[in-house]
Design a binder for this molecule. Sequence first.
Ligand code: AMP
Ligand code: GLY
Length: 424
Amino acid sequence: MNILLIGSGGREHALAWAIVASPLCDKLFVAPGNPGIGQIARNVALKVTDHAAVIAFCRSENIGLVVVGPEAPLVAGLADDLAAAGIKCFGPKKFPAQLEGSKGFTKDICARYGIPTAAYGRFTDKAAALAYLDARGAPIVIKADGLAAGKGVTVAMDMATARDAVEGIFSGKFGGAECVIEDFLEGEEASFFVLTDGSNALPLATAQDHKRVGDGDTGPNTGGMGAYSPAPCMTPELCAEALDKIVKPTIRALQDMGHPYVGVLYAGLILTKDGPKLIEYNCRFGDPEAQVLVMRLKDDLVTLLLACCDGTLVKVSARWFDDVALSVVMCASGYPGEVVKDTEIRGLEGASAMEGVEIFHAGTAERGGRILASGGRVLNVTARGATVREARDRAYAAVDRIDWPEGFCRRDIAWRALAREEDR
Ligand code: AMP
Ligand code: GLY
């Protein structure tokens, strides 16, 4: 079968790496792809926002499955248009993709189905939002409704910051003028991934990422500075609880609304003393969590993705290597602010040849045979090992082989898991 993967980041390089390993995959095209992906699949310069062009490409290349990496095409209804054209698509349609696209949509489902999450208010009026803030007090969390590339959330420890965040949203900083204000939850964060065909749920391995830019989880939030799997804090009991109390009711809610969710559901959880609570849903794989998940997946990824599209998820299972996988995100200096671009990266071949190491490209460009940094998050140096320490040492040994003076990374990825491992 020929497959088209949409996206250009490290998550897509990792998905491509697993897809090309599948006996079911004849040719893999990636739109637009990146130079790392170009080494294992065919990059195509398709305009992904032009759904008619995507459909025409699928017809001309006899594409049997489209896999959508990022959220934006899903929120824009690419899956709907592909379905209307009779083309299989892994990823939810526009209506269910609102789980990521609209915080208010998700919170309302939680309220209706008794899904554990922070108490909240939803506002389109600034005065009402400010009054709610005053009534609840700090710490408190303010979220812009709609996609804000991870930048729409303010965790306010004091009232001045909270009021500024509300003012920002209602001045149109994030496009819309709607916000959710919710109670601050305390606990460790974990990512929980579940495949679904609309009615059945297949949990994947657990993972944790590091959102803050600096060592010790300090500094501003980012898209993710590193990840590892498994997440030791997600015990089998907590996974079962998250599945039964959070994910399954959500799948049922969308089914009840007549808009079943097909794809991967990524639940961002906070493990509070009262059990796991939902802080957000994403309608796609995490980035860089996908990078560590695919490195641990024993079964064929394409079989799993097709089972979601075909409604046959009950017939498949996902098995995992016991190994730990860990990914270090190398960024261009300045990230998550303004970054230096077009700096040259050397030494990638030597680093990726190291045992147990895969280097996924996230924001690179190729010019005249040279690899240049073209984004904020640039490389995902990913390694497998028998223990957290081994995976971590391998990943950092590979990082240290890469010659890129303008890049940086956190040096403490998986610190929590390592501390747990060394406590044992
Ligand atoms: P979100 O985009 O909703 O995942 O929020 C981004 C980050 O803000 C999360 O990863 C958490 O660290 C933090 N956050 C979001 N909601 C809450 C909450 N209710 N309580 C505490 N922290 C939160
Ligand atoms: N790693 C966080 C995300 O993909 O949203």
